[in-house]
Design a protein around this ligand. Sequence first.
Ligand SMILES: O=P(O)(O)OC[C@H]1O[C@](O)(CO)[C@@H](O)[C@@H]1O
Length: 431
Amino acid sequence: MDVDIGSALGTTPGLTTEYLDRLDERVADAHETIADGMAAEEFGYAALSLPETADPDAIRAAVSEFQDPEAVVTVGIGGSALGAATLANALESDVDAHFLDNVDPDHTARLLAELPLSETVINVVSNSGTTAETLANFLVVREAMDQDGVDWTERTLVTTGPEGNLRRLAERHDLPALDVPAGVPGRFSVLSTVGLAVAALQGHDVEAILRGGADGRASLSGSLYESPAYAYGAVSYALAERGALTNVLLPYAESLETFAEWFAQLWAESLGKDGVGQTPARALGATDQHSQLQLYRAGPRDKLVTLVRPRERADVAIPETDLEGLSYLGGGSLGELLDAEFEATEASLAAADRPTVRVEIDRVDERALGELLYGMEAACVLYGELATVETFTQPAVEWGKRAARGLLGGGEFSEADAVADKRELVVSGDR
Ligand SMILES: O=P(O)(O)OC[C@H]1O[C@](O)(CO)[C@@H](O)[C@@H]1O
């Protein structure tokens, strides 16, 4: 993974090398804290040791219980689904991966109607074992299998913490079960059982993903000038301090679209604390050049645009054409056009004095994805150290959970009472 921070220098907002040199002293101190936390397997920091501590043999043993599935449906939400989805949507496989990470009845019903349930693995993932959406979806999928005459206990893999409903379910029904690694928040768990079980079921090289993570681990050092991850974390932080309160994650590869979704949880849930943070915006190149780029280039000077691309990609030739004015396209390729647009967008933002950072990986394969995911996790941890926030907790999401649970009769929660206080001013289209 390479990170080019040159296009964040001298822009508005922007940085100078003199400032970065001074910031690098704080990066060195932060790295010491991070390294100590990793060595002590401290909560959160433990995630950055996963390339060494993850156990691919345990993952492969658990998925070996399922012979040649046609599909795997992951029932989980947030970090319990997005890492696996990032890998599944980036890599090709004959085993279809589906994700129930929401409780939209229409989506769930449609998916269950099309799944070959007798050839599908239910990959139910929840660290806490209490997440309402995950358990509700699991009960629905299990019922669908029952109604289809499929023994769900033969089709279910559980990944969960040491306690809770899913752990008890696995024990009661002797289900194959994987452990969520201790001290690893969900959004940092992709390089573990949580993110890698689907990859193993799909036949991907789990060791190569972990080797990529190890590449990222090896590049961590006491200087942003030696570590792509720290360069990215430090520059993102510094630009946020100067008003770039939105970070547009703009991958130029459809296979990395879900990566942007994974990044959004990682960045928002880790760094949105105590009134500060940098809002991740998900976009896709070249598509969003024909929509959101107008705002990025001519709107408020409150954004960093992170351009991500693989240097190598499969390509498709563009046939020669005599169409008026389009002959320049003929004989080229879609990849050449996409790369030209990537560079043109970068230059377009620079010409408008807007900061961008370029993140490049060799290609979208297991090792490069492992390094990219690890690198963004390390970047996030560094940013959190520099911003002095609690990177690894997410107290603000609990309020809504309690309100919803109270509304459903799951207990007495004052938050549910507050729902009744909603101010109404309805403008109706009904006549
Ligand atoms: O794995 P669990 O405990 O079901 O949590 C799922 C997701 O919900 C959160 O805890 C937020 O509610 C995320 O941090 C986590 O990734």
